[in-house]
Design a protein around this ligand. Structure first.
Ligand code: KIV
Length: 290
């Protein structure tokens, strides 16, 4: 039997940065995928608010609620007890006040046993970040393309492609680091900007669409397994085509039901020996309804 995996904690991620070891990070939203992630030896899981699109079919992440995030985080935690799980704070769970931010961040720990929370934004969310940190919660920042404010960004667009935009990212990264975040995620930025920020900050900096130089990579599981079909961001590599496999399996099932090939004998329960003759006798008392 394989030895039980030791769960990595925040200090392990700092050691990995120091040793140049890359962190493998994926999203997960449910029990089966959480089990697959743990079995595949990922270092951390994000129960992302991307569940809005990947699980519920919303157009974006804005409609996602705290209750949805908690339910999905609970399922993932049950599935992956030996993986560092990060809960993702949905839109309006932290923007309104620091008090809301602490209560909602705390729910990820109290209700879903998460190890950390992630929230989007730079300098403008520093007060909320400080309040969450003061409550003793590990915080992962998230800058670059921040889907909850994609309206202000003019859509789901890469950030940091001009020097002005790159400067905003560097300033935001420094402000978050100064506020005390323990991890940072960069989304959809050029590799040069990813490299600069990763080398500048003493904390682990991970990327999703931020190039090869970050301390680790995140991908959305529904993208990497080829399940999510609405659109495919440039930074996605599909490692499987689950949509094709699952659609094919359901189509084969339908064809066999229609042709009478399913269910076959091996899918049927057998009556207990000797009971069939008695059953035939017993049903003689019934008449077909008119
Ligand atoms: O919700 C999510 O999965 C995310 C990633 C896109 C970074 O925040």
């Amino acid at each position: 039997m394989a030895a039980k995996k030791k769960k990595k904690m925040i200090h392990d991620f700092y050691k990995m940065k120091k040793n140049g070891e890359k962190v493998v990070w994926i999203t997960s939203y449910d029990y089966p995928t959480g089990q697959f992630a743990e079995a595949a030896d990922v270092d951390m899981i994000l129960v992302g608010d991307s569940l809005g699109m990947c699980v519920y079919g919303y157009k974006g992440t804005v409609p996602v609620t705290m209750d949805q995030c908690i339910v999905h985080s609970e399922a993932v935690r049950r599935a992956a007890p030996n993986v560092f799980v990060i809960g993702d704070m949905p839109f309006l769970s932290y923007q309104v006040s620091s008090a809301d931010a602490v209560v909602n961040a705390g729910r990820f720990l109290k209700d879903a046993d998460c190890d950390a929370i992630k929230l989007e934004g730079g300098q403008r969310v520093v007060p909320q970040i400080r309040a969450i940190l003061d409550a003793g919660i590990v915080v992962c920042g998230h800058i670059g393309l921040t889907p909850q404010s994609s309206g202000q960004l003019g859509g789901h667009k890469a950030q940091g492609r001009t020097v002005e935009s790159a400067k905003v990212l560097v300033d935001d990264a420094l402000a978050l680091c100064e506020a005390g975040i323990q991890l940072l995620l960069l989304e959809a930025v050029p590799p040069e900007v990813g490299k600069y920020i990763t080398e500048l900050l003493p904390i682990p900096v991970y990327g999703i669409g931020a190039g090869i130089h970050t301390d680790g990579q995140l991908l959305i599981v529904s993208d990497l397994i080829g399940q999510f079909q609405a659109f495919t961001p440039k930074f996605v590599k599909k490692y499987a085509n689950v949509a094709e496999v699952v659609t094919g399996a359901i189509r084969d099932y339908g064809n066999e039901v229609r042709s009478g090939a399913f269910p076959a004998n091996e899918h049927c329960y057998k009556m207990i020996e000797g009971e069939f003759a008695k059953f035939e006798e017993m049903v003689k008392q019934y008449k077909k309804p008119e």
